[in-house]
Design a protein around this ligand. Structure first.
Ligand code: NAD
Ligand code: TYD
Length: 336
């Protein structure tokens, strides 16, 4: 089995590549543009393997994607590459549309023209928008995205599914809840709060901090994607949830307690525009059809994640140098 992974130098993609390399005998080709979020350090443990190859390139580059898919003839494409952060999509939507919509289109076309037998499109629960309690989105829920990021993911989901309906291409879509774990870029809630807390810097809480997210440990997500790659039915959507809904403030209280840092670090700041209040999803379908369920409970996963950030301060320092500072300034300066 040979798979083409896109975005394999990012947070979830690199966890997936490490897992596949460790637990299967498959060949992996990793196509990644290496944007601010892509980091080859995340793949140090697999780079010398003869079964692994890295190719730097843009999924929106038609010629490059077409040539790579034709040359590698993968048995499956697992598509992670995306501009993945809501706040960045608000500050600067252009690359989000370019990569998430046009890039996904280019990949689908290359897969179609080369008869790739399997295509897993990795998406998010954010496409369902904000849900009132106690509702949980099933895969049949309407799409009501709020941000340029979630709208671009919803659009790419629809496009991917249209390739099944129109061309009978064997596409499967996964929609996961909020991931956390080692190697996550410190722009998202959990790694940002851990990185700041470990340096005794303020923790910027948007609005009242009572927004609810469902938390999924990254390795559980990757195992869910493997389950869908193996057993998912073509043309179907599979939710992948962590089964652990928490208000942001609860996450932050737990994190501060585990890190041994004071609550006084919490700083309430101006809310995110269009901020979704609550995400919640049902993972009943993936459990029923593949037997997958999340294994890592939140407290264990969070403690493991904090330990990783503590032990990998130089990684954090490197990813925070350069571009990160400009982003942090733009996103947070006018919030306080
Ligand atoms: P990330 O931002 O950490 O990594 C994205 C990767 O894609 C980076 O390596 C980047 O270099 C690469 N990339 C970006 N644009 C590219 C392009 N044009 N061509 C090639 N490579 C490009 O993202 P992540 O958090 O690992 O998310 C991966 C996928 O999972 C995304 O599709 C995202 O929508 C989805 N997802 C994420 C979460 C989450 O909580 N992080 C939850 C559900 C779904
Ligand atoms: P985030 O990690 O950006 O994921 P999502 O895509 O679900 O928005 O944010 C998770 C939650 O944390 C969301 O409700 C916004 C909130 N948040 C803060 O309060 N402060 C922050 O600095 C960040 C990055 C997020």
């Amino acid at each position: 089995m040979k798979i083409l992974v896109t975005g394999g130098a990012g947070f979830i993609g690199s966890a997936f590549v490490r897992l596949v390399m460790a637990e299967t005998g498959w060949e992996v080709v990793n196509l990644d543009k290496l944007t601010y979020a892509g980091n080859l350090e995340n793949l140090a443990e697999v780079e010398s393997s003869g079964r692994y190859r890295f190719v730097q390139g843009d999924i929106a580059d038609q010629a490059a994607v077409g040539a790579l898919v034709a040359e590698t003839k993968p048995d499956a494409i697992v598509h992670f590459a995306a501009e993945s952060h809501v706040d960045r999509s608000i500050i600067s939507p252009e690359p989000v549309i370019q990569t998430n919509l046009l890039g996904t289109f280019r990949l689908l076309e290359a897969a179609r023209l080369n008869n790739v037998p399997r295509f897993v499109h990795v998406s998010t629960d954010e496409v369902y928008g904000s849900l009132p309690a106690p509702e949980e989105a099933t895969e049949k829920f309407p799409l009501q995205p709020s941000s340029p990021y979630s709208a671009s993911k919803a659009g790419s989901d629809m496009l991917a599914l249209s390739y099944f309906v129109t061309f009978r291409m064997p596409v499967v879509v996964t929609r996961a809840s909020n991931n956390y774990g080692p190697y996550q870029f410190p722009e998202k809630l959990i790694p940002l709060m851990i990185a700041n807390a470990l340096e005794d810097r303020p923790l910027p809480v948007y609005g009242d901090g009572m927004q609810i997210r469902d938390w999924l440990y990254v390795d559980d997500h990757c195992r869910g994607i493997l389950a869908v790659l193996d057993k998912g039915r073509a043309g179907e959507i599979y939710n992948i949830g962590g089964n652990r809904s928490l208000p942001n403030l609860d996450v932050i209280h737990k994190l501060l307690a585990l890190a041994g840092k004071p609550e006084s670090l919490i700083q309430y700041v101006k809310d995110r525009p269009g901020h979704d209040r609550r995400y919640a999803l049902s993972s009943e379908k993936i459990l029923r059809e593949t037997g997958w369920r999340p294994k890592v409970d939140f407290e264990t996963g969070l403690a493991r994640t904090i330990d990783w950030y503590r032990a990998n301060a130089p990684w954090v320092a490197r990813v925070r140098s350069g571009e990160y500072r400009n982003y942090y300034e733009r996103n947070y300066a006018n919030r306080v």
